[in-house]
Design a protein around this ligand. Sequence first.
Ligand SMILES: Cc1ncc(COP(=O)(O)O)c(C=O)c1O
Length: 411
Amino acid sequence: MSSNVQFTKGKGIRLYTPQEEEYIDAVSGTFNIALGYSHPELTEHLKTQLENLVHVSSSFNGDLVQQVLTSILEHAPDHITDGWLRDIIGSTANEGAVKIANKYNGKNEVISLSMSHHGQTLYATSISGNAFRRKSLSSTLFIQHGTVPAPYCYRCPYSAKGAPACGFLCTEAIYDYIQYSSSDNVSCIILEPILGNGGNIVPPEGYFQRIKKICDELEIVLIADEVQTGIGRTGHMFASGYYDIQPDIITLAKGLGGTGIPAAAILYRSELAVLEKFEHSYTSGGNLLSLAAAQKTMEIVSREGFLENVRTNGVLLGQLLQQLQEAYPQVIGDVRGIGYMWGLEIVDKDGAPDVALTNRLIEMAFTDHQLILRGSRYGFGNVLKVRPALTATADDIVLICDRLRQLFRQL
Ligand SMILES: Cc1ncc(COP(=O)(O)O)c(C=O)c1O
């Protein structure tokens, strides 16, 4: 959606125009405003950092980097004990993860899932599973990459009736890919625990365990791209822990900066600490403002009761969205999600994906209900996303769902 509306102020889930018109942001920016707009405590912390010092070269920020890493790793799955804070965006964090895998096992091919999104640098675009972003770049894309079907049970690519009865055909496809289509030199599999941009696709129970088994058997490094799911989005600090994914590497960005400050991290098992500084560092990676934002965000999100609220209110959000589906089953085909990460699958009268209606709903929500929503696959998909800031209260959730109800009534 493109709009002429400008926002100059924000507070929590609310955005304001210069004329003080209020809009409700149901998607926390691009899912990165984890603590809401202008979180007071984080803003104060950032102001102090800004006044003191914004940047020193990486030769002089070691202590703070270690403190921030420790505060993140404390909540990571037990086997993830080391990390790298030299990125500020998710795309390069994912590239760093692939570099680590490649250097560690000496192999060079990457497997990802169809409909996945791992970023928009040239390499991250190359390994993402979405053709629409790659179409006009084909001559410059990297080629050591293959995609396998996503665990999209609602529209199973095999028309199977659901897991586990299907025998997890989408994971078995990895064997086929390696045997028949790969260079037989697969270094890593990268996946999002919940495919965010692809359409809030939540894998069925047992899926990650199959993936892990394949990775162990074939000595493939497993990378969990938690750029969207990390830092509490699912009601758990890491989706990897909650779903017991057991990845070798986890990447983070978006929510790590708390209120929109760019920050990113790569976390890994200690054996994977193979990168030299000169192999993956960026001028602004680990700048003091990003580190301060990440440190304060971790402190706030790990406070007692914070994630419990996301879990409790997340159940409420799911229930209200399901009630919406019951009221409008002809246009809402599926409601899926966890915590503050939900998607509504918009369908036509035959149950097919209705992309035009999805985009129309987003426009109408904005124009007529002052409600900001986003669609899957950057406007090419049919899933409406609802992902408020983690600080959204139960009242905020009810407000968002009231506006959604008015929106669907308008149809
Ligand atoms: C799952 C996932 N990985 C990686 C990225 C890329 O992050 P960035 O835009 O910070 O480079 C995104 C961005 O939307 C994402 O959703």
